[in-house]
Write a protein that binds this ligand. Structure first.
Ligand code: PXG
Length: 288
């Protein structure tokens, strides 16, 4: 496996970061998770745009243009020759001294991994996931804007631990006001009649790349998409529910807090969305 790290491509064993890297010491950095489908990178431009937005938010100068980053990602893909896989793109504040201040970090650390992806077992795409609403609330906007993908994922990790300790596959997270935000690493959608509803990003949902794709294809399936406030009661009473994310793609939700959603199995419209999304991943992408 060839990994890009700070200007070089090297073997996995030699791809190392300093223990003084502020990405490790403080979670000071940003990242993206991107999919490769059929030797093409899915929505690379959108992922890079979000990476640069996240970097700007934490006042981190990546020191490369989006075009240069594109070439680095594509070259990493070429060197690993994966037909399908997963790209992890990370930019940290870089190595510095012990102490929070980024002033001691002259150069960001950039690395790109292209690897195979472990995904949910296929049966979950048929039977759906059981979610649990957890007590860990989504990061609040006044502390750390949940719309960006920073290396501070403890909020989501704590939610995930809570769900799995109770035997659930995924956590459903509320924002501080009690509105539904998202799952620990996926966006949430509801279907009610011909309406497709997802929590607005300013309510604690990450502006997911998969989420955006689903909002785009909804009208083709006769659905009117909207973003807004969602309560737990809206979730419990939805006809169908599903999650979206780069890793999970589109995955049905069969149950939330012991309430079956709709028929308690993958909904018919969800299945059509899964098919339509798969077609999109085959049709689109930046070749390498
Ligand atoms: N919410 C959060 C908090 C996420 O981290 C999503 C929603 C979905 O966004 P995208 O852009 O992927 O549609 C994410 C993305 C992993 C993994 O390793 C997690 C994500 C993406 C890729 C891999 O579990 N989360």
């Amino acid at each position: 496996m060839q990994i890009y790290i700070n200007g070089e491509y090297c073997e996995k064993e030699n791809a190392k970061v300093s223990v003084f890297d502020h990405g490790l010491l403080y979670g000071d950095g940003v990242f993206e998770g991107i999919r490769i489908y059929h030797r093409k990178v899915f929505r690379l431009t959108q992922h890079l745009a979000r990476l640069f937005r996240s970097a700007r938010y934490i006042n981190l100068a990546i020191g490369k243009t989006p075009e240069e980053m594109t070439e680095i990602v594509l070259e990493t893909c070429r060197r690993n020759g994966l037909d399908d896989g997963y790209i992890r793109l990370v930019v940290t504040r870089g190595a510095g001294t012990l102490g929070l201040s980024p002033k001691s970090c002259p150069k960001p650390t950039i690395f790109v991994i292209a690897d195979k992806l472990a995904i949910y077992p296929p049966e979950y795409y048929e039977k759906g996931l059981a979610l649990l609403t957890v007590s860990t609330r989504r990061n609040i906007i006044d502390a750390l804007d949940p719309q960006l993908k920073t290396l501070n994922y403890l909020n989501n990790i704590l939610a995930s631990i809570e769900a799995s300790r109770s035997g659930f596959e995924e956590a459903l997270m509320l924002n501080k006001e009690g509105y539904v935000a998202e799952a620990a690493a996926d966006n949430l959608f509801l279907i009610r009649g011909t309406r497709l509803i997802t929590p607005a990003t300013h309510l604690g949902a990450l502006p997911g790349i998969t989420r955006e794709a689903i909002l785009e294809i909804a009208p083709e399936l006769g659905l009117s998409p909207s973003e807004g406030f969602i309560t737990l009661s809206d979730v419990y009473n939805a006809d169908e529910c599903f999650l979206t994310g780069t890793a999970a793609e589109v995955i049905p939700v069969s149950e939330v807090d012991s309430r079956p959603i709709g028929t308690g199995k993958a909904g018919p419209m969800t299945k059509r969305i899964i098919e339509r999304f798969r077609a999109l991943t085959e049709a689109e992408g930046t070749g390498f």
